[in-house]
Design a binder for this molecule. Structure first.
Ligand SMILES: Cc1ncc(COP(=O)(O)O)c(C=O)c1O
Length: 442
């Protein structure tokens, strides 16, 4: 007999660690297709979240499914610490070639964005002989020790877990909406002051930067900041690491968002969307940096297994063949225009920002003070859920708008229509208290 959703969720609450679920909705998903997923009762949801930017090719893209099935018939796994297979080599070569810049690159595989960040941190230290790492306030890099030590967005990722990895220093990320004055110069001055007074620049191994900060609330840095940051790194011999776990594989309308840097980063970290849901991540570094570590300095028994590589190669094919970068730009513009139109009629929208299909809608209680409107955000996502649109928020108040890159105009317009009505409901106080309270978020 099939257990009811309520029974299943109760059983899960009994057996699953509470660290592993962010409280949005009690969803038990049954199947997915394109921009839609369906729960066990048959309710369909338009997915404006893409499982946190993992499903850039949408749910169950037939070419991903086909590639996995074909591979599973032949070979599921070899331990890539001991031998290789064709899909792994093909994927490594493709990733090395896709990275911006003309420098030769090599790839180290892992299973998650978190372990890839730990890998990049290890590599940067080994290659430079320096220990210090610069990361940004409010960044999210993952939950393994290196990654959580660089993250600075939630106490739940740190409380009780210390000591973190030493020598990680956090600096201010330039936030055009929430900071006043000359933010580029001020943020660069902060780094220069850090190097002049507390941390010798020549002891810093790497700066880890999300080219667009994701979980911080979709924060796009000014181009001039990236230019000056790259120059500062060059001057001090610091490696520039583009942390592209969320932005990579087309999310912002480019293969990698670091294409916006004037120089190619030394290391690119990639995960999430690479495998269209299969666990695969990659540290893609300038070839000679990789001479600094040797086996088993960064191996995992199940990394780059045959199924994951088949899914990843299919993902890259789909992005290329189906023009998903162009679609992310085009649909991103359509979505953004619709969101800007919604802002004209809703005072609660303080800012609409982002790139491609990585958009954020910053909800505020007052446009002058920019105070975060947490309850409104919870009300909007609850109302949208009720109407069949799945989305979440970041930083307590920034609606995350991130549908699959396969989305078409009709789905964009439907999502915008539901969002508009959900904003109306939220502002008019029509969302039931219990629904709002159930949205915990993070
Ligand atoms: C920018 C960024 N880096 C790293 C991670 C961690 O990736 P994973 O959850 O695959 O370990 C995330 C996940 O949300 C992320 O957004």
């Amino acid at each position: 007999m099939t257990e009811s959703d309520a029974d299943l969720l109760a059983k899960e609450a009994k057996y699953l660690s509470p660290s592993a679920r962010i409280g949005f909705f009690p969803l038990v998903v049954d199947h997915g297709n394109g921009c839609w997923f369906t729960d066990r009762s048959g309710r369909r949801f338009l997915d404006f979240h893409s499982m946190a930017c993992v499903l850039n090719t949408g749910h169950n893209h037939p070419r991903v499914v086909g590639a996995i099935q074909k591979q599973a018939d032949r070979l599921i796994h070899v331990n890539s610490a001991y031998m290789t297979h064709e899909g792994l080599v093909t994927l490594a070569a493709r990733l090395a070639e896709l990275c911006p810049g003309t420098v030769a690159r090599r790839v180290a595989f892992g299973l998650s964005g978190s372990d890839a960040n730990d890998g990049a941190m290890k590599l940067a230290r080994a290659a430079t002989g320096r220990s210090r790492i610069i990361a940004f306030r409010h960044s999210y890099h993952g939950n393994t020790y290196g990654a959580l030590s660089m993250s600075a967005v939630s106490l739940s990722m740190r409380r009780g877990f210390g000591p973190e990895i030493p020598d990680v220093h956090h600096v201010t990320f330039p936030d055009v909406y929430r900071m006043d004055g000359d933010i580029t110069d001020n943020c660069i001055a902060e780094l220069e002051d850090l190097f002049a007074t507390r941390i010798p620049g020549d002891e810093v191994a790497a700066v880890f930067i999300e080219p667009v900060q994701g979980d911080a609330g979709i924060v796009v840095p000014p181009a001039r900041y990236l230019e000056l940051l790259a120059e500062l790194c060059r001057r001090h011999g610091i490696l520039l690491v583009a942390e592209e776990v969320q932005t990579g594989i087309g999310r912002t309308g480019a293969w990698f968002a670091c294409e916006r840097f004037p120089v190619a980063p030394d290391i690119v970290v990639c995960g999430k969307a690479l495998g269209s849901g299969m666990p695969v991540s990659a540290v893609i570094a300038r070839a000679e940096l990789m001479d600094a570590w040797s086996a088993p300095g960064h191996v995992f028994s199940t990394a780059a297994n045959a199924l994951c590589c088949a899914a990843a190669n299919a993902t890259l094919d789909i992005v290329e063949d189906e023009g998903l970068l162009e679609n992310a730009v085009r649909m991103g513009q359509r979505l953004r225009a619709g969101l800007v139109a919604l802002a004209a009629g809703h005072e609660v929208i303080g800012d609409v920002r982002g790139d491609g299909l990585m958009l954020g809608v910053d909800l505020v209680t007052d446009r002058a003070t920019r105070e975060r409107a947490r309850t409104v955000a919870a009300s909007v996502v609850a109302a949208a859920f009720d109407r069949g649109l799945y989305l979440t928020f970041l930083r307590g108040n920034v609606l995350r708008i991130a549908p699959p890159l396969t989305i078409g105009p009709d789905e964009v317009d439907l999502g915008l229509e539901i969002l508009g009505r959900s904003l109306d409901d939220a502002v008019a106080g029509r969302v039931p208290e219990a629904d709002i309270a159930a949205v915990v978020g993070w």
